[in-house]
Ligand binder design. Structure first.
Ligand SMILES: C[S@@+](CC[C@H](N)C(=O)[O-])C[C@H]1O[C@@H](n2cnc3c(N)ncnc32)[C@H](O)[C@@H]1O
Ligand code: SF4
Length: 307
């Protein structure tokens, strides 16, 4: 522990293993998707360091992590070092070498959790924000059939709001886990939140319906509780800088995956405790509102390097 009882590392860390992606979802915060892969040796060093510092959960993301040329090796390595690993995917790049690695880890650990993004089961509706849904649906079926815990991540917009319930009902035969998210503005796409937002009355009605559906069918449906604005388990206004950070393929560290242009350090030059307790990270938590909510003030942070 460091001074003031602040641990020397976050609780949850997202490792973006690549910036490359085969899709171009309308709201995607990962900008630019320039095709940088985290070198395997650096990935292993980072994972070792996170594990040595007592980090609890590692999330493998991107870009599309399954497009990293050595993803099976990265996946196996992370699972060896951590009890709790989550992988986020668009479900369109799963290959047999990935399934082999997943099988292996399942046999060793008994559980693997993968979050698959899908906005609507309807092929054309899903394509309005992401891509046609066929391949993603096949991935969800493949993963659940071998025993993975699959969380279906749905970004709720005006395009898919009417299809959210039917999508959950149709997928409930494969999984009981659903994570609904609101679109969040990002600097490179300011205004996208308003552009894609559904009507408040429709959202309120849907949340009530889904609470009833979850109770009736024993589903775990995580609704967009606006975690960033309403506080979290730590009592902090948002988790960025309090319990989480994100590492990019070039080893730059950012406070939150949604805030792509504020960098609080680089693991090629500094250690995790130095970054976690450095002025830039502390500048994020000294603010009176979440970093994602005040773009005009991003420049005024204590000292982060901005891209
Ligand atoms: C950036 S993606 C990376 C992993 C993978 N490519 C995927 O699509 O799941 C992680 C998650 O963030 C969601 N996402 C991306 N941009 C978003 C935004 N501006 N607001 C809300 N969710 C967003 C995606 O739908 C996806 O579920
Ligand atoms: S699949 Fe994921 S990383 Fe790729 S564009 Fe969509 S949200 Fe972004």
């Amino acid at each position: 522990m460091s001074a003031g009882n602040r641990p020397c590392a976050p609780l949850l860390v997202t490792v973006n293993v690549t910036t490359r992606c085969n899709l171009d979802c309308v709201y995607c915060y990962m900008q630019p998707r320039s095709g940088v892969d985290m070198p395997r040796a650096e990935f292993e060093r980072v994972i070792d360091e996170l594990s040595a510092r007592g980090v609890f959960l590692v999330t493998l993301s991107g870009g599309e992590p399954f497009l990293h040329p050595e993803f099976p090796e990265l996946f196996r390595y992370a699972h060896k070092r951590f009890a709790h690993v989550m992988t986020l995917t668009n479900g369109t790049a799963l290959r047999s070498c990935h399934l082999d690695a997943i099988h292996e880890v399942l046999n060793e650990k008994g559980a693997v959790t993968i979050q698959v993004s899908l906005d609507a089961i309807d092929v054309r509706m899903n394509a309005l924000t992401r891509a046609p849904s066929r391949r993603t649906l096949r991935t969800i079926r493949q993963l659940t059939s071998i025993g993975c815990h699959v969380i279906v991540a749905i970004v709720v917009t005006r395009h898919n709001i009417a299809a959210v319930r039917p999508t959950i009902e149709a997928l409930a035969e494969h999984t009981r886990w659903f994570h609904l998210m609101a679109v969040q503005d990002i600097r490179s796409k300011m205004g996208i939140e308003r552009e894609l937002e559904s009507e408040l009355a429709m959202r309120s009605a849907l949340w009530s319906e889904l609470r009833a559906l979850a109770a009736a069918r024993d589903l775990a449906i995580n609704l967009p509780a606006d975690e960033c604005a309403s506080g979290c388990a730590t009592g902090a206004p948002c988790m960025a800088g309090f319990s989480t950070f994100v590492i990019d393929p070039d080893l730059k560290v950012r406070p939150c995956d949604r805030v792509t242009d504020v960098v609080i350090g680089n693991l090629r030059e500094a250690t995790i405790p130095d970054i976690w307790n450095g002025e830039a990270a502390l500048g994020v938590i000294r603010r009176d509102e979440p970093i994602c909510r005040s773009p005009a003030r991003w420049e005024r942070l204590a000292s982060p390097v901005t891209r």
